[in-house]
Every structure is written in structure tokens, then in C-alpha cells.
Design a binder for this molecule. Sequence first.
Ligand code: NAP
Length: 304
Amino acid sequence: MTDVIIIGSGPAGLTAAIYARRAGFSTLVIEKAPMSGGQIMNTFEVDNYPGLQGIGGFEMGMKFREHAETMEAVFVEGLVEEIRVAGDVREVITQNETFCAKAVIIAAGASVATLGVPGEDTLRGRGISYCATCDGAFFRNKVTAVIGGGDVAVEDAIYLSRFCSKVYVIHRRDKLRAADMLQQKLFSLENVEMVWDSQVERISGSQQVESIHVVNRKSGAETDLEVAGVFIAVGIRPLSGAFTALVHTDEDGYIVADEDCRTNVPGIFVAGDIRTKKLRQVVTAVADGANAVAGVEEYFLQLV
Ligand code: NAP
């Protein structure tokens, strides 16, 4: 029996692990793959974390992890399928094992959303990618397209512009959602072309991506753009499927909780991108990790 089980090893989960160990709790972190680390591990650069401006995402993720390891949090690999409540015991069931704890912090994060257009499934990994920092280098001196208008799309386009001959940014509206500083940087790049008010309706190619069919939503004009790579950055989806039978979620699947990170089930807390919140950033994820442990401390006081 562990004091606290943390599901997920992104910034929220690792911060929770650090705080839980500082509070003297035995702490088990269940991660879906060794050194999983969450979305931060695929982020090229983090420019808005106080004191660490411009740090690489992977480096930041590794620093968080080393800190949690130094605090002697225990890590195990496992895909959580369900959490059950048995009196004061919280059972976390993975494919191979059941782990028991007094409290659980769900910090399983989110994953990238798909576009859902013809060609996306067949050409995935053959020119279609959801991670510019992972796959961008394959497109050196080639023409690529980024789809989306959020922080990730703009960061991806900036990153790709460093080695692609040209980068189209295709956005369904005439205004980006991304942070203003990112937008200014994007607009200053000579090899980036904005394609406003437009939706990609088809991705084509026989073996590899060759072109995308783009429709202007205002004029109805249709264009085929020749591209070798398509980077899809149209948002994220919470990885909450294993928990929806137990805790309340909103209509998009995010686990309902405020800044206190308490779910509707006593002893089950939630931290990071997987919970309902306005601002999904590293800085808010780590804040959740700390707040969730504060909640656990209060909960333990009620148990005795
Ligand atoms: P996001 O902010 O939700 O943006 C998704 C973008 O994709 C939006 O521009 C949206 O268009 C567009 N989109 C959604 N569905 C689409 C569809 N079916 N077809 C075409 N376009 C579609 O997602 P994100 O950029 O992945 O970021 C996820 C979260 O991480 C955000 O909260 C973001 O702020 C955060 N983040 C922060 C940082 C940072 O602070 N440095 C870096 C990366 C990510 P509309 O604008 O029209 O809705």
C-alpha cells in the first residue's frame, strides 16, 4: 500500500511526485512508457517558464524527472485501465498489475487531436506528422504545411522554417489563437506563407504526401498545394478514457476540478492538462501538481 499513486510523468505528475515526497509520502509514479515525460518532451523550446527562458522541452522534462528521482519517487511502467474505490483504498488497475494507495493523483495529460480528413490515416508517418520537433528534420529543404492556429502550430512553423524551404500555415480563421509574441516571430519569417480562412479537406500522395487540397471558407476557392510534409497541430484531447467511469468529466472529456485539483471522488485528485482549466501550460501544470498534493495532505488528515 502506497500513500500516493501518481498517474503520468509529465510536468504535473513529476511536480506532484516532488511535493508528495517532500511531504513524506511514499510515492509511486505510473507512466505509460519508460521516461514518458508527456508533451513537454516533444516541445522544441519553452519560452514562458519563469527563470528558464528558451529552455529545450526535452531538457526541461529531464530536469523535472531528475528532481523527482532525487526525491526517491518510485517509477513503474504501466497503462492504467481503471481506478476502483474500496473503502479508503484506491485501486489503480493496469494491464498487468493492481496497485493500492490511500490517494491517487491523475496527471495523465493529453495527446494530439487528429484532423479527420481523407488521407490522414493512410499517410500518417509517410509525410504526416503530429510532432515537428520529432520529424521536422526529415523535411530539410522541402515544402511543408502546418495546420492550426494555436501555440503549437505557430511554434512548429517557426521551428520548421529553420530548415524547410517553405512553410505554409493553414488556419481556418483570419486570426491566430497563438500568443502574440509567437505571432510576431512567425510573421517576420520570409519562408512562411499564411493561408487564412482555409480548411484542408484532403491529403494526397501515392507512397508519401504529395499535396493537400485546401478550400477557402470565405470565397469557396479551392487550391492544391504541393507539399512533402504536413504537420497537424489542431489541439489536444485529454487522455481520460480510463477514468470517466469514476470521475466527472466535461463534454470534451476533461476531468472536472478547480485550482484545488479535487475531483468529485474523495481521495482522487487531478493535475495538469487533463483537468478542466483555462490555461494549459507548463507553469499551470506544475502548479496543479503542488496543489493536488496539498489536497492530498488535507484528505489524509480527514482519514485519521
Ligand atoms: P489550441 O490552442 O487548442 O489550438 C488549436 C488550433 O487548431 C486552433 O487554432 C484551432 O482553430 C485549430 N483547429 C482545431 N480544430 C481544427 C480543425 N478541425 N481544423 C482546422 N483547425 C482546427 O491547441 P494547441 O496549439 O495544440 O495547444 C494546446 C494547449 O497547449 C493550449 O492550451 C496552448 O496554449 C498550450 N501550449 C502552450 C505553449 C506555451 O505556452 N509556450 C506551447 C504549446 C502549447 P481556432 O483557433 O479557429 O479554434
